[in-house]
Write a protein of this length. Sequence first.
Length: 117
Amino acid sequence: MSYKMVILVRKDLDMGKGKIAAQVAHAAVECALYAYRKKREVFDPWYSEGQRKVVLKASDEGELLRYHAIARAQGLITALIKDAGHTQLPPGTITCLGIGPDREDRIDEVTGGLPLL
């Protein structure tokens, strides 16, 4: 059984590569910390397998919020990331969504149709 985490990034925002990398990192850290504290049964195998992360495209905030609701309804760990507004974006802009870690099949049920970033 394989484990992974996915991060969905909004493509309608004009974020530079560094900004995208930072936002993805925020989502990955938030999800990993939550899993470590509350869901060791998914954190431990995910961590020992190499902490696989896949970054996917979301078209806009609405799509991100839809996937957030679906993932939460499935009992998956989520982290909705809002920018602090220090550089490229207004404060509170939702930039990305982390989902997982969890079993690959559970995450693919939710995000399997999304394209890679």
